[in-house]
Structure formats: C-alpha cells, structure tokens
Design a binder for this molecule. Structure first.
Ligand code: ASP
Length: 336
C-alpha cells in the first residue's frame, strides 16, 4: 500500500474513523481551547453519538437481536494512564461521556449493563429510548429476512421502505458494522483517545466487542502514542489490537507501519474457516488508527478502499486514504 502519513508538527492533531470528520475538527478546536486530549476526544465523538443518521454509534445506533440498543465505549488519558469504560449500556446516548466519568470519579475502569446505567443515572445523565424509528424498521427487516425456518417475515412494505432500502444500499443486506475511534495529541505531546459504538448490528444480547476494552479498541501511552480500531471486534480482541500498535510504535515503527504490522498479526491469527474467503483471506474488515507523540497519524485496513478522518490545528479536517494489506476492495462488500 502507498504510504498515507499525515501530520508531523507539534500542534494538536486528531485522527478518527471515516465517520469522524466533524469530530476531529471539534477535538482539535477543543484542544486549542485548552481541553486535555481525552476530554477533546470525548467531546468530539459526542457529535456522532448524538447523530441519528449514524446507525453505528449512540442515539440511532442499530440494536441487538432483541431490538435493544446496547452501547460500548471507553476513553484513556495518556498523562495519567487512567481509563474508563462501559459495556452493554442501555439508554444513554453518550457512553463515552459515561466512560469519562468512570475514569474521573472512580478508582475503577469498566462498568457493564445495569451497573453502568445506575452509575450514569446517579450523575444526572438522562435515560432515553435510543431506538429511532429508522433503526427499528431496519431491525424488523433484518429479523424478517434472517431465516426461512423461523416465524418472522420481511413484508413487502418493509422491504420497500426508504430507510430499509438505504440500509441495504449502504451496508449490504447482512451483518456489517461501524464505530467511531478518535485519538488525539496536543501541542505538549500529551495523548488521549476514545472509542464508542453500538457494536455489531443485531449482535447477541450482552455481546461486548473490542471498543470498550482497553488494549483492544483503544490504547494510549503518553510516552509513545495512541491507537484504536473499528471493524470485527473479536479479531481485534484476540491480538490486543490497539496495544499491539502502540508497542510497535514504541519499537520504532511509524503509525502507518504499526497499523499494518498489527493487521498482519491479526490476519495470521485468523484461522477459523468461517472467517476466511476462498483464497484464505479474512472475509471481514478491521481498520486501525494511530497517532504518535510527534503528531504523525495514519490508518490502515485489511482491505483497500477505506478512508479515515484527520485534522491538524490550522487546517481543515479531511478524509485520507487508509493504507491496506490487500490491494482490492473485497468482493463481499456492497457495491455502491
Ligand atoms: N468494533 C466494533 C465491535 O466489534 C464494531 C465495528 O467497529 O464495526 O463491536
């Protein structure tokens, strides 16, 4: 893959998944205004968490197989190495903010489910129904067309519904996903990051992916850099993805080479036949994002064609090409 490196100056820099264009711009503004990188990151992704159009994060996120939106998120602060996380949280649109409060107000890292919700309520976060009409219709469609031997059908009005048609166009008829990861570094070289998601579409209730797991969906080390992931979470967990990237950077790799190195490890660890295509390559995608202390940033994907969001102080936020292990977009991705 062609090198895709960005940054290099000692000014605030933010890097995020493709859905994070507005979020990286906001994170950089917030760092310029004096927020720490982790605060700026959590504030940046709040835009995406609140956006009902993004069906992969926060409010409007697609639900689990029961039709319930369960959110995962974490954040990590480089200077203190403190972290906070929530998993399978129901009813709060800003799980990254709840994770931040766990980091700030407790001596613990990860709260899940009911306990995480009670924690959020105790701090005045407002509980609400996160399942939008659009997400509900898409879930009904999914339930209706999953199997010919269960009790549910996808009726023609559902299949023809504009929201369902949009979903089929954008995400394919089956099982894709999304998330936002945002990593940030300020002018002092301090680092922070966050990852927030509604997880895999229609997941098993209670399933937790990589996003809220420190070392998998996010890792920050103020001596080195920050890294995070989107894509098939189980594969990221199995190689401790974000931690692996940071360790490769510690050993001297650029953010780009560190992301590619971790992906190479992930691909070599992908051995189960149900995860492989006819040529023995992963039949899913993972993207890794990284920024180092000097403000160099990059992202890499298993499959070519991916973008990431990047912003450096004084410049417009922009989308850039991810480096990749394999040169062509996978045949199983929806052709749009
Ligand atoms: N990594 C997320 C998860 O496994 C999903 C995604 O980013 O697509 O929950």
């Amino acid at each position: 893959a062609e090198p895709e490196r960005a940054g290099g100056g000692r000014v605030p820099v933010a890097v995020a998944s493709e859905n994070g264009l507005a979020a990286v711009a906001r994170a950089v503004q917030r760092m310029e205004a004096g927020l720490t990188p982790v605060e700026a990151a959590v504030d940046g992704v709040a835009l995406v968490e609140a956006d009902p159009e993004d069906v992969t994060v926060g409010y409007g996120g697609l639900p689990n197989s029961d039709g319930v939106v369960q959110l995962d998120a974490c954040c990590m602060d480089g200077p203190t190495m403190r972290a906070g996380a929530v998993a399978a949280l129901e009813g709060f649109r800003h799980p990254a903010r709840v994770a931040y409060e766990i980091m700030r107000r407790t001596t613990r890292v990860l709260l899940v489910g009911e306990g995480a919700a009670r924690f959020a309520t105790s701090l005045g976060f407002e509980a609400e129904n996160l399942l939008t009409e659009r997400a509900r219709k898409i879930w009904l469609y999914w339930r209706g067309q999953m199997s010919a031997i269960d009790d549910w059908m996808a009726t023609p009005d559902l299949i023809g519904d504009p929201d369902v048609q949009w979903f089929i166009r954008e995400h394919g008829a089956i099982a894709p996903h999304g998330t936002i990861n945002l990593c940030a570094v300020n002018a002092a070289g301090d680092l922070g990051g966050t990852t927030t998601t509604s997880g895999l579409f229609f997941k098993i209730p209670g399933r937790v992916g990589d996003s809220p797991l420190i070392g998998a969906g996010l890792f920050v080390d103020n001596e080195v850099g920050a890294a995070g992931s989107t894509g098939r979470g189980e594969s990221v967990i199995q190689i401790a993805g974000a931690h692996t990237i940071v360790e490769l950077m510690r050993a001297g790799a650029s953010p780009r080479d560190a992301c590619l190195g971790a992906l190479d490890r992930l691909v070599r660890a992908t051995r189960m036949p149900y995860l492989l295509d006819a040529e023995g390559r992963p039949n899913f995608d993972v993207k890794f994002y990284a920024v180092n202390k000097a403000g160099e940033a990059a992202a890499a994907a298993i499959w070519a064609g991916g973008k990431f969001a990047f912003c450096r102080a004084g410049e417009e936020a922009r989308l850039m090409d991810c480096a990749s292990l394999y040169p062509a977009p996978p045949p199983w991705l929806p052709q749009v």
